[in-house]
Ligand binder design. Structure first.
Ligand code: ZN
Length: 180
């Protein structure tokens, strides 16, 4: 199975707002499998279709490092229906190379989504999994975690990235943290 190409900031594809899927067919299922392989290979704990240049509301998530695959979620049209609490988490992203930052998120979320088997499900998530859901659904809305940090931090990163690209160092080969 071919791995998908992960788009990197500042690629404008990352600003696309994804559209709801109204027909869950075999193609959607196969695409979610390709996304899963791409996520594990990266490696990352989550991946949104927006990150691989597809504008459908699809995401995959596996925040259980101990047992890869056991708690894998392949979701269609995920949405947060309840959120509570607050948590500060150092986030990294497969689409934002060499940068992590603390982002304030809800500490618990209730997510409603469809599975590839066409069942509607609800998932209660806390901590890293809650953070990952918010991060991925942000991707589907064309937002990156760097849009949620201070302007100064973002500007600093933009300059650092421009310099890295100029010096040919922007290879993204230095995974620094959990990336989603
Ligand atoms: Zn991300």
């Amino acid at each position: 199975m071919a791995l998908l190409r992960i788009h990197k900031y500042p690629d404008p594809a990352l600003k696309q707002i994804a559209k709801a899927v109204d027909n869950i067919d075999g193609e959607v299922d196969a695409f979610l499998d390709s996304m899963t392989q791409t996520m594990y290979a990266a490696p990352g704990v989550g991946l949104a279709a927006t990150q691989v240049g597809d504008s459908r509301r699809l995401m995959v998530l596996d925040t259980d490092h101990q047992h890869p695959g056991k708690h894998l979620l392949k979701l269609v049209n995920p949405r947060i229906v309840e959120a509570e609490g607050s948590i500060l988490w150092e986030e990294g992203c497969l689409s934002v190379i060499d940068f992590t930052a603390d982002v304030k998120r809800a500490s618990r979320v209730l997510v409603r989504a469809w599975t590839p088997e066409q069942n509607e499900i609800e998932i209660e998530a806390a901590d890293l999994q809650a953070v990952a859901f918010q991060h991925e659904i942000d991707h589907l809305d064309g937002k990156l975690f760097i849009d949620r940090v201070s302007r100064i931090k973002r500007e600093f990163y933009r300059r650092k990235l421009a310099k890295m690209i100029k010096e040919g160092k922007a290879d993204g080969q230095r995974p620094s943290h959990v990336r989603i």
